[in-house]
Design a binder for this molecule. Structure first.
Ligand code: ZN
Length: 99
């Protein structure tokens, strides 16, 4: 059993409908979500290069100082594990972005 599943004695519930799940009986899906802020190298426009960077940098640094390390990290990277019953999974996977 993967180490991120709850131990068998702790009840596991569907994160969507709260139905109880039973690991080992095939009634659940484990959905791992990894979200990363735009990982491509930054693109600079002529306008960016013309801007006064000292002012911009000072503003960003001031902004970062108001965030905890965890908050700053959460802005660029999040990893979630979601447990879904078969029913909720079938609905979710057809429309994961909720359109
Ligand atoms: Zn469910």
């Amino acid at each position: 059993m993967p180490s991120d599943l709850s131990p068998p004695d702790a009840p596991l519930f569907c994160d969507r409908c709260m139905r109880q799940l039973h690991p080992g009986r095939g009634d659940l899906y484990v959905v791992r979500i990894e979200a990363v802020a735009d990982p491509s190298p930054p693109e600079f426009t002529a306008e960016d290069l013309a801007r006064d960077h000292r002012e911009e940098l000072a503003r960003l640094v001031a902004q970062m100082q108001n965030l905890s390390a965890q908050e700053a990290m959460n802005q660029v990277f999040r990893r979630l594990t979601v447990f879904l019953c078969n029913n909720c999974y079938q609905q979710w996977i057809e429309n994961p972005v909720g359109r």
